[in-house]
Design a protein around this ligand. Structure first.
Ligand SMILES: Nc1ncnc2c1ncn2[C@@H]1O[C@H](COP(=O)(O)OP(=O)(O)OP(=O)(O)O)[C@@H](O)[C@H]1O
Ligand SMILES: [Mg+2]
Length: 548
């Protein structure tokens, strides 16, 4: 077996060297630097020229300093003009190969302009693609030092802490418990409402569950456990802000879902107008509204007949957008959830859905005017708190190591106090600390308490908008909660009494959203910077103050 692998490697190496004359010297440079070439694969079928994928085990020192995964992908592209296909090939390899580092990809390119040319394709991958022109590799004197320097510079300027889009792959930390619980409920046929503060990591968890279900289908006999259909309602265009728009969006999402699990739409017995994805946008409104139930029921029938009985799962991100928080007509939103509730009831265990949003308020009112709320008493609430202390430490440690920054326990403790593990806040604080440290200081210096304290004033300024959002979320949970928190903060020795004034279910919710600490913790408010912000920006209503 080992022998066969060696022979395959040698054979592919020979072919690569024949096709791309510079490749031999380039590969030798990397080998001399102590990296171990594990596999070589052409990215495409035979042709005169091909892009090649090289899988390297980086040398130990490099792997340790930058916390690299067991293997690093190197894309070798011989084209005079690098092509978007090079990136797709890398992405494809990264999804199928679990040993590969998900954060960094090296692209060794003949095209000196590759970086600029591929910047669009690279942007939405969420990874750092490091472009190295052929000449630069060939000219490097000591490849060991050279590569270390490049990683240090590129990672150092990469702003790895910066939060923005939902994270996946290398960047996604922890949440195993949440994923397990939600996944189990969904496969058991219980609709779930995943709620959380702004930027608490809801969409990232949703994507992790989606990708895990898809990956499970890929293992072994390719028997899907579920077909997750992902709808991000933030992506609804203005023209789609009505029932038929939602349905058209859903059709597109179904196509993507089938593609993800590798099911050919034509095999499902779906109407031909569905099977042709390009024609979806040309369909008239009434056709779209007819086609969605047809297509969904075909898919449900198909699932019910499979030996693995997969569940058709609809993931609706930002569900509040169709229940009155955008231009979307509320009546249409209620129609949609009436319909989805009907499907869950008619096909228990075969069809189910997950909604995510800022809170459960819109799902838990019993009526909207004269209409019943289809989500009322139907969806199980699953509030998402911040990361645990351990997860936050892993997050900061992992990104820190890539940036040659080591966080001392005292610094981690201070970041925990400020952020309570809220992923966006923790990353933002990390980003400001990272920004303040020059390239020369890195590696030589650890992040101590003082380094955290220095950036706190700036941190407090930058997160003001998020604080207002948290305050609104607190008021949504219970209109009296802000005063109770203020009292607890102003009179620390009586904080338990102040919180006990709240309804037990409100206090429970504040804990589950990760705003208030568990009893016995040294501080009543888990997100310390929010506590300070409240003290500075809110005043106790007179009545509450008099009672205190
Ligand atoms: N598990 C995680 N590991 C690492 N970083 C995370 C994690 N979850 C969230 N983050 C960070 O927080 C940011 C917000 O995450 P995400 O978009 O998933 O949250 P959200 O709750 O869906 O936000 P929004 O309220 O804007 O919809 C991400 O850009 C990422 O930087
Ligand atoms: Mg989100």
């Amino acid at each position: 077996m080992e022998n066969n692998k060696q022979e395959a490697l040698a054979e592919y190496e020979r072919r690569l060297f024949r096709e791309v004359p510079e490749a031999e010297s380039i590969v030798l440079k990397f080998k001399r630097a102590g990296h171990w070439l594990r596999r070589v694969e052409p990215a495409t079928e035979l042709g005169e020229q091909r892009t090649w994928l090289l899988f390297w085990t980086p040398n130990r020192a490099l792997a340790e300093s930058f916390d690299l995964a067991p293997e690093l992908l190197l894309v070798l592209t011989p084209w005079a003009e690098a092509q978007a296909r090079d990136v797709s090939a890398a992405e494809e390899a990264l999804t199928r190969d679990y040993r590969l580092d998900k954060g960094i990809v090296l692209v060794v390119a003949r095209d000196g302009e590759a970086e600029r040319r591929l910047s669009q394709s690279v942007r939405h991958t969420g990874r750092l693609y490091i472009f190295l022109p052929f000449e630069q590799v060939l000219a490097a004197q000591d490849t060991r030092i050279w590569l270390r320097q490049i990683l240090r510079d590129r990672l150092g300027s990469a702003d790895l802490f910066a939060a923005g889009r939902p994270v996946f792959g290398w960047d996604f930390i922890g949440r195993e418990k949440e994923i397990q619980t939600i996944r189990r409920k969904l496969l058991d046929g219980r609709p779930v409402g995943l709620y959380g503060l702004r930027k608490a990591g809801k969409t990232s968890v949703l994507i992790a569950i989606r990708d895990q279900l898809v990956a499970d289908a890929g293992r072994g006999a390719r028997q899907p456990v579920a077909v997750p259909i992902h709808l991000d309602l933030l992506g609804l265009s203005f023209a789609e802000l009505k029932r038929s728009g939602f349905m058209r969006y859903l059709l597109r999402a179904m196509h993507e879902a089938l593609e993800r699990v590798g099911i050919e739409p034509a095999t499902l017995g779906l109407p031909p107008s569905f099977a042709d994805r390009r024609r979806l946008s040309e369909l008239a409104e009434q056709d779209v509204e007819r086609l969605v139930p047809q297509a969904l029921e075909c898919l449900i029938d198909w699932a019910a007949g499979r030996p693995s009985s997969p569940t058709i799962l609809l993931f609706i991100d930002e569900y509040e957008r169709i229940l009155g928080t955008s231009q979307f007509p509320l009546a249409d939103g209620l129609d949609i959830f009436d319909y989805l509730r009907g499907l869950v009831q008619r096909y228990p265990g075969v069809f189910n859905f997950l909604i995510t949003g800022l809170g459960g308020a819109k799902a838990s009112v019993s009526r909207y005017g004269t209409r019943q709320n289809p989500l009322f008493n139907f969806v199980i609430d699953y509030p998402l708190a911040g990361l645990t202390r351990e997860e936050m430490d892993v997050l900061l440690g992992r990104i820190g190591r890539r940036l040659s920054l080591g966080f001392l326990p005292e610094a981690l403790q201070a970041i925990w106090r400020e952020t309570g593990g809220h992923p966006y806040l923790a990353r933002e604080l990390g980003r400001l600390i990272d920004k303040g440290i020059s390239m020369e200081e890195r590696a030589a210096r650890n992040i101590d308490l003082a380094a955290v304290q220095t950036v706190l004033p700036l941190f407090h300024q930058e997160i003001a908008a998020t604080m207002t959002e948290i305050r609104d979320a607190v008021a949504d949970i219970d209109p009296n909660a802000t005063s109770a928190l203020l009292l607890a903060l102003q009179y620390p020795s009586d904080s338990a009494d102040a919180l006990a004034m709240l309804k037990p279910e409100s206090l429970h919710a504040l804990r589950r959203y990760g705003i208030v600490n568990e009893p016995g913790a040294p501080e009543p408010v888990r997100i310390g910077c929010f506590g300070e912000w409240l003290l500075r920006n809110e005043v106790l209503p007179l009545k509450a103050a008099a009672n205190a």
